[in-house]
Design a protein around this ligand. Structure first.
Ligand code: AOS
Ligand code: ZN
Ligand code: ZN
Ligand code: ZN
Length: 424
């Protein structure tokens, strides 16, 4: 399904007057509005292919309807999303859930929607049909070199698929770990993981990055072999300059200061990118900004500061990806909400008066420092986001447009009551 531009235009015409009023007020208040709108227009957040269907829990899954049943339909869904918000111009594929049978065709299809291919993800956390060795006790860290070699070969194959599509990064997330004390020799598991990653890294094209994702627990409940940013950074440093740490917001113990981790990694030029989501307890994969929007803002505050410090371009220097999916909302609406929350946090971070903050910090003026941050955070920047979408030809209100046009019903009519095609 392709959304005709005139449908977006007429939606915008209905909302324009009200929008214009709010925007004019903000433009008067904030001299930097114009600059922020331009930055928002450029900022794209990649959509994970696996979030286009209703997620399940280990207790059950209530399948949605009209979900994509093929890679082509997943691209179509992201295309639809991008037409509506012009902020989701990339898709992140997961192999083998999304094997492109005909790379040229898939590439052209994506291009027709204005989409690029973001990081490709390998999968050694499940056994695939016909696979010789099982990943039950891990993959890259496994005690058996045959299992490690199989997992290495898979990652190299994923790079090959990514190359064919124009991806520029490989994301490695490992479920490897142990659930009982004594099960694993930690040092050997770490050394095996490093050696395996080195073998994969050796096959990484020159202009690619490798993202090493960490996670505290789950599916293993006693230890995870790449459990935190320290272990990920250690591996990335040993691997070389193309290897970076990837921060998934849900992969920390509760109350961990993620913005500080982000600041340190960025200062070392070792932050590769993000998997955005939100959580109350653990890897809940809830909509970004749904639970802790202030934390999201504080992370973006560090990103704006840190990328400028490194002299790096904001939109293009890191992997900006969503990794959220759950079982209650329409997946496309959920993604729209995540994208909106991420861009709100970015816009608010751009509002922080950095000169004044620096002075407050130098003077140890704690009260003023807090005032400066919260002044930015408490500004309603949504008219700036709406304006940036409008200028890009997208919808002033994506959620409302999707609902008013009954787009899910249209997808169900086209595809039937199918759920998403993944191995999950
Ligand atoms: C798993 O917890 C991680 O967040 C990974 O990024 C994973 O590959 C992704 O969620 C798809 O299952
Ligand atoms: Zn993730
Ligand atoms: Zn996760
Ligand atoms: Zn997650």
């Amino acid at each position: 399904m392709k959304l005709e531009q005139n449908k977006i235009d007429s939606h915008n015409a209905d909302l324009y007057e009200k929008h214009q009023k709010k925007l004019a007020y903000l433009q008067k208040e904030l001299p930097e509005s114009e600059e922020i709108i331009k930055k928002l227009q450029d900022f794209q957040i990649a959509i994970p292919s696996w979030a286009l269907g209703t997620g399940g829990t280990r207790f059950g899954r209530f399948s949605g309807a009209g979900e994509p049943g093929s890679l082509e339909q997943k691209i179509e869904d992201v295309g639809l999303l991008h037409a509506i918000n012009k902020s989701s111009g990339a898709i992140s594929l997961h192999i083998p859930w999304d094997i492109p049978q005909d790379a040229e065709k898939i590439k052209n299809l994506a291009k027709s929607y204005g989409l690029k291919f973001d990081a490709v993800n390998s999968n050694t956390f499940q056994d695939q049909k016909g696979q010789e060795h099982s990943y039950k006790f891990g993959s890259l860290h496994h005690v058996d070199p045959n299992v490690r070699n199989q997992a290495i070969a898979h990652n190299i194959e994923v790079i090959k698929y990514g190359k064919d599509l124009g991806s520029k990064a490989l994301t490695v997330w490992l479920a490897d770990g142990s659930s009982f004390p004594g099960q694993l020799n930690f040092r050997e598991a770490f050394q095996n993981t490093l050696a395996s990653l080195q073998a994969i890294y050796a096959e990484l094209p020159e202009d690619w990055k490798m993202f090493v994702e960490y996670k505290g627990f789950e599916p293993n409940f006693y230890s995870t072999t790449i459990a935190d940013w320290g272990q990920s950074l250690l591996l990335a440093n040993k691997l070389g300059e193309k290897a970076y740490t990837l921060v998934d917001l849900g992969h920390h113990q509760p109350n961990v200061n993620i913005e500080q981790i982000v600041a340190i990694l960025l200062g070392e030029n070792k932050l590769g990118g993000f998997h955005f989501n939100d959580s109350k307890y653990a890897d809940d994969d809830l909509t970004a900004g749904a639970i802790k929007p202030y934390q999201l803002f504080l992370i973006f505050n560090e990103l704006v500061d840190g990328l400028a410090y490194q002299g790096l371009d904001f939109a293009s220097s890191l992997g900006w990806m969503i990794d959220a999916s759950h079982n209650l909302k329409d997946p496309l609406l959920d993604l729209m909400q995540s994208v909106e929350a991420i861009k709100i946090a970015y816009a608010q971070a751009l509002l922080v008066d950095r000169k004044a903050l620096k002075i407050a910090q130098q003077e140890n003026n704690v009260v003023r420092a807090q005032e400066i941050l919260q002044d930015a955070y408490r500004t309603d920047v949504r008219p700036l986001l709406a304006e940036s979408r409008h200028r890009n030809g997208a919808a002033l209100n994506p959620v409302q447009l999707f609902e008013d046009l009954n787009l899910r019903a249209a997808l169900i009519k086209e595809r039937g009551h199918q759920g998403i095609a993944t191995g999950l």
